[in-house]
Design a protein around this ligand. Structure first.
Ligand code: COA
Ligand code: HC5
Length: 638
């Protein structure tokens, strides 16, 4: 079994004191609090390996076969032969990487966070930060909204106790324990914009641990202390009182929604940020948001849509807020974790991706949802401690900042218009059917995606699926390349009337097995993408010119992921969503449950070649047709 699962093995978590330093912190904060058991768990994890050079070169060629032209492949083979010849540049870079691996906790993580996130300059909104849509809750007015928000906050604080006590259950993948560092990075942290490169700060480990969250309502920000003076967390009832006070004191919509600045292109926001924090009040307000444990967005309405489009509208709300007339200004998108709650029962989250992958966020949310479903506690007889009024955060908006805000609104609205995101619930089957046919459900879904794409475009495309590297200390992700020669052979044969069903089934089995094999090598640190990135980064580090293999059209094609996909499983019946990573591509996130699969599919309206609804429909048909083929075809005994 290879699903990420947690076993109730309590492992005390220790402060990453130097040994397990979160490498993407710009200014590492003091590291004296965590104790031994977390450290010994982390220390016991293997180091991320550097795969053999020749293996990566061979696997790279194999991966290119279904996605580049024959002459491009021939050319790339020549470049690779030169790259890996004895005494060549490849060997030198490989040695450099191996020595980096000996001298760091993880040779890749810091580079990855820089390249994938902090140096990436498109807005985090849609382009980087995922949204998470929870099932619609049973409330439909302001009181219901804040009652639910109060419970949710209490649930997050309950989870935080496990973080503070260092008792998050260790998770396992394929029977191996996983790195737990990401759990310690998602609360009390925030991205900080820079003019050329961003940074992430985490205040959870500072000596003055943050005691407050931020709440946004009608585009106005408030600081809400969530601990009583005796150190106990505020109860849901106390939180309700405080949220009610916040809402009553922010009945008017703020006409200068400073939060919208965080939706901007990062260079533009980086410049505006310098201006913004020149003012002392602004600087203090921004700092309060950055330091807060997390943010709660109490949203206003969203545009009316038919009932069957509610989940898709919720995906829009979680990804970007719907544009400036709706809720995009009711956010601080740099905040690592924002919980979003509408008045109509819609709820979910948006998270800034740099500090962590989806699974830790989902584990936190699963816990919170379970917590909110517990029957209401009878208010304790104890007289509640007096609570200070939540503090409103003030901003002084100069004419220049006003211009920046207007510009941010315009860009956000263009992006909101451009994104077409749809949530579909595939109700016919879930993991049960592939399992009954002795196939990996994830591989089955990925092969179906390949079939769907091929049917729409009569070609295969470079496809990305996230693979967890958390078996290794400070591991993040590598790429599973779902378009393989085996998947190409299957999708080409599927609608070919000259092929027998038995042959199609054999090709399907081969494709599914090839995918599972790639998955297994990816999660064990033997995939190609992060290694190739590492070799390229090592060349930059050693100040030698970028080797030709990385300037090659094949490399560009290999990285142009028209299908960017990710499986994010959860206990709760929810769905994660993200945007495409190329202008002419799709984002596909799915949550396979036992008897159904939740999908979120996205693409850009400005691209004439893509269509979200068509791909979603094609995926449903591919899944159904693959099942039909299996059911109609007697298989040889395995
Ligand atoms: N026959 C029967 N059952 C099978 C099977 C087979 N041939 N192969 C797998 N299964 C079962 C598994 O035992 C597992 O059972 P469970 O439901 O009881 O857990 C289930 O099917 C799912 O396995 P599979 O579909 O193969 O996928 P996986 O759970 O191993 O996940 C990845 C694959 C790639 C998603 C996973 O390895 C991973 O890396 N996840 C992290 C991704 C991530 O980080 N995403 C977010 C990025 S921000
Ligand atoms: C709430 C979870 C959303 C999943 C986000 C995700 O899969 O991000 C991928 C991260 C990675 O390193 O593979 C990137 N991707 C969205 C481009 C697939």
């Amino acid at each position: 079994m290879l699903g990420i699962c947690s076993r109730m093995v309590k492992v005390g978590m220790a402060k990453p004191c130097g040994v397990v330093k979160p490498c993407y912190l710009v200014k590492p904060v003091s590291s004296s609090r965590m104790t031994g058991r977390y450290l010994s768990h982390q220390k016991g994890l293997p180091n991320l390996p550097v795969p053999p050079l020749q293996q990566t070169c061979e696997r790279y060629i194999t991966a290119l076969e279904p996605i580049v032209e024959v002459d491009e492949l021939t050319h790339t083979k020549e470049l690779l032969a030169d790259f890996q010849k004895p005494g060549g540049v490849g060997e030198r870079l490989q040695r450099g990487l191996e020595s980096r691996a000996c001298n760091t906790e993880n040779w890749l993580s810091e580079w990855w966070v820089q390249v994938a996130y902090l140096d990436y300059r498109l807005p985090v909104v849609v382009h980087s930060s995922p949204g998470l849509v929870l099932p619609r809750m049973e409330f439909s007015d302001k009181q219901g909204q804040i009652r639910f928000a109060a419970k949710l906050i209490a649930g997050v604080l309950d989870f935080k106790t496990m973080i503070d006590n260092e008792t998050i259950p260790v998770e396992y993948l394929g029977g191996k324990p996983l790195c737990m560092n990401q759990y310690y990075e998602v609360l009390s942290s925030c991205r900080i914009p820079g003019v050329k490169r961003d940074a992430v700060v985490n205040h959870a480990k500072s000596s003055r641990r943050p005691q407050h969250i931020t709440v946004v309502h009608n585009f106005q920000f408030f600081v809400l202390d969530v601990y009583n003076s005796d150190g106990t967390p505020l109860t849901a009832d106390q939180l309700f009182v405080q949220l009610d006070r916040i809402c009553s004191s922010s009945l008017q919509t703020n006409t200068e929604p400073v939060g919208i600045l965080t939706t901007q292109h990062r260079d533009i926001w980086g410049k505006a940020y310098i201006n913004l924090i020149k003012d002392r009040t602004n600087k203090e307000s921004v700092s309060a948001i950055q330091r807060s444990i997390f943010t709660v967005c109490l949203d206003g309405p969203m545009p009316q849509v038919p009932t069957n489009a509610h989940r898709s509208r919720a995906a829009v709300q979680m990804l970007h807020g719907g544009g400036s007339p709706w809720n995009s200004g009711n956010r601080w998108f740099d905040k690592t974790l924002q919980f979003i709650i509408g008045e109509d029962g819609t709820c979910g989250a948006n998270y800034e991706h740099a500090p962590a992958e989806g699974p830790p966020i989902v584990a936190l949310i699963d816990h919170v949802v379970e917590y909110t479903r517990k029957p209401e506690m009878v208010p304790s007889a104890k007289v509640p401690l007096p609570m200070p009024m939540p503090k409103k955060l003030h901003f002084n908006i100069t004419p220049e900042l006003k211009k920046d805000i207007e510009e941010a609104k315009r860009s956000m609205n263009v992006l909101a218009e451009d994104l077409d995101v749809r949530v579909i619930v595939f109700n016919h089957f879930g993991k049960n059917v592939p399992k009954a046919h002795k196939m990996s459900p994830d591989a089955f879904i990925q092969v179906a995606l390949q079939l769907a794409y091929y049917r729409m475009y009569q070609q295969c495309c470079a496809t990305y699926e996230s693979a967890s590297l958390r078996m290794f200390r400070l591991g993040r992700t590598d790429t599973i390349r779902s378009a393989s020669s085996a998947s190409a052979a299957f999708v080409k044969a599927f609608d070919d009337p000259n092929k027998q069903n038995t042959e199609k089934v054999a090709l399907m089995e081969k494709a599914v097995k090839a995918h599972k094999a790639y998955t297994n090598l990816a999660i064990s640190g033997q995939a190609i993408d992060r290694h190739l990135l590492g070799l390229k980064m090592q060349a930059a580090e050693e100040r030698i010119s970028t080797p030709k293999v990385f300037k090659d059209t094949s490399y560009a094609k290999a990285l142009h992921y028209r299908l960017s996909t990710s499986q994010v499983p959860s206990k709760t019946d929810c769905v994660m969503c993200f945007g495409p990573v190329v202008p002419d591509g799709y984002g596909v996130c799915y949550n396979p449950m036992n008897e159904h699969i939740n999908f979120a599919v996205s693409s850009f309206n400005t691209c004439k070649e893509t269509n979200t609804a068509d791909l979603a429909h094609a995926v449903e048909n591919a899944l159904l047709d693959m099942r039909m083929l299996l059911e109609q075809t007697p298989r040889a005994k395995l």
